[in-house]
Write a protein that binds this ligand. Sequence first.
Ligand SMILES: *Cc1c(COP(=O)(O)O)cnc(C)c1O
Length: 378
Amino acid sequence: MSSGEWHDGTRCVHAGLPEPTPGAPFLPGPVFAAPYHLDPWQGPAGAVNGYGRPDNPTRRLLEAAIGELEGGDCRAFASGQAAITGLLLAVLRPGDTIVLPADGYFPVRAFATATLEGIGVRVRFVPTAGPYPSFDGVRMVLLETPANPGLDVADVAALAEAAHAAGALVAVDNTTATPLGQRPLDLGADLVVASGTKALTGHSDLLLGYVASRSAELLETVTAWRSTTGAVPGAFDAWLAHRSLATLDLRLARQTANAAAVAELLAGRADVTGLRWPGRPEDPAYRVASTQMRRMPGVLSFDLGDADRVARFVEASRLVAAATSFGGLHTTADRRAQWGDDTAPGFVRLSCGVEDTADLLADLTAALDSAAQGRRLS
Ligand SMILES: *Cc1c(COP(=O)(O)O)cnc(C)c1O
């Protein structure tokens, strides 16, 4: 079996590891360096590492790992925002038009309105579920699927075909799905952007972002941007991320199973409305999601009516932590409106952790029952 035929768990465990060397660790520890020793005669041409901003061996191993999983070459960034804003600023020029998800990650939309429009880029917001306008005259289409936090889904292959026919580039934010959930480059996208802060690394202990592509030209543009702006992750974060990647298959398997069981539970409750999980056959996103995705995310969203009921629910729960971000080991709930985005006051994004399914269902049932009674516990 060649590594290209391995299944997800095997690919995650081996992704980006150097060839076995007796006496060396499986995953070499982080290399901390600003400058490296130079060859006195050849200077920077004499070795792969000259200076820490462009060159770091720990980061390169992580990039090899993520690149293997995405099916392209990868450049790691200090955060998802650094990767996404870096790609947009590196590629777009005044007068260009970009299509962005109207329901996508809020800080990307805020950046587009504040910064991109400020430098003369035309920004068009389109709902992830469509309908999409003609892409004539568009330079880039950024899709986010499943979209955070509403979990609508876009048909990447169909939209990539339409965008390419109009001469537009297609980038897909793969944060929610992770490369095990979906492979946008295989579906025809030119670029993947993502936050590695969420399910990809999954331990709620670091910030990371990346861009992946099969285009040498686009990667060169992105690499030059990263080197000049310095938006690189540190060696320790890169190493922690690589270590965590090995368990991605295991973590996602439990998170998806938990999300499926929680979706079933929530669907049967009259006090929960607006339930969205693309893995439910009744969900509007199911048809496209089940064709283009390799597995479903551990994140779902729903509405509890108002902010007080959300607070009572989280306070009453022993397993659900109030926290933003998602994809971590611990189940978390985020009432998005508290961050000033445009969701309803009772809207909750619930990220299922890797707890035992039965424990999680029992806890959620008790917490929702308690929240429905309208009392504060403390
Ligand atoms: C979190 C997130 C980002 C930004 O990532 P950071 O690592 O927090 O900078 C971008 N896109 C999506 C869909 C996200 O969920």
